[in-house]
Design a protein around this ligand. Sequence first.
Ligand code: SAM
Length: 309
Amino acid sequence: MLEEALSLLDPQPGSTIIDGTVGGGGHAQAILERNGPDGRLVGLDVDAEALEAAKNRLGHYGDRVRLFRASFREMETALQELGIDAVDGALLDLGVSSHQLNSPERGFRFGAETAELTPLDMRMDDRLPRSAADLLAQASAPDLERWFREYADLPGARRFARRVVEARRRAPLRTSADLLTLIRDSRIGGGRRHNPATLVFQALRIAVNDELEALAEGIEAAIRVLAPGGRLVVIAYHSAEDRIVKNALRDAARGRTGPVGAPEALFGRDARLRLLTRRPLRPSEDEQRDNPRARSARIRAAERLAEVA
Ligand SMILES: C[S@@+](CC[C@H](N)C(=O)[O-])C[C@H]1O[C@@H](n2cnc3c(N)ncnc32)[C@H](O)[C@@H]1O
């Protein structure tokens, strides 16, 4: 999916690109290879460990790279600090990084083999005040229900929210093992395609990190900072994310799409984007087989239109 994302982003030599989710710097490096010899990359991440990894990987590009510990919802502030008014491309590769998943102490992974040792943390940004364990201990049943339903389409969301409230009266839910036991004992299902644990953990992770609000604000910010002709590419990994991306891009494009190169007047006075993907791009069958994490990826992209005076 890296190739698909890059060909939609289409970083030109000399261009300035913002990678709002720089992670370990894999996509950033591929961008820097294309926008050289003097193109710039601004990389953001909320995770201090990710930025450290990106710094190591991208150090040899020197001052072509600037990294910030910031949420992509604050990308305008980061760009202002650098004196950059507009960028030629913006990438958001959402969700958890492999580094985060592979660090059991961070609580993103819920494999049975490490579950006893895995705290229910799930903070991408360790400055956030509340971990997943805190939310499970403090949130009201209606809030829990809403998260399970809206963030993960969990069948039996209400029943499971009640089970959490009952269980925490007996003992706090502290580790992945505690939560996995509760999920098993509650006999909730995961729908046709999912393990219920995947859905419960997904919902909690989204709530802890305020991911969907951040996504909606991040897309708006990206649209504001893109230069005319600049491109926004978003890679989503589950339907709650993809729904937000789809609606935000569609609204900004006012539901109109057209052939590349068509006169901008066609898109109406208020349209700010032209969609480059009517349907999301999905990984090929080969890639789905080789890379299970990419299985659910969906890429959408759009191009910034010039403001019409
Ligand atoms: C799938 S990984 C990105 C991997 C990256 N493209 C690479 O090639 O290594 C997602 C990253 O986004 C970060 N992230 C999640 N929400 C964020 C936000 N609101 N602002 C900035 N970074 C965020 C996570 O900490 C994680 O490192």
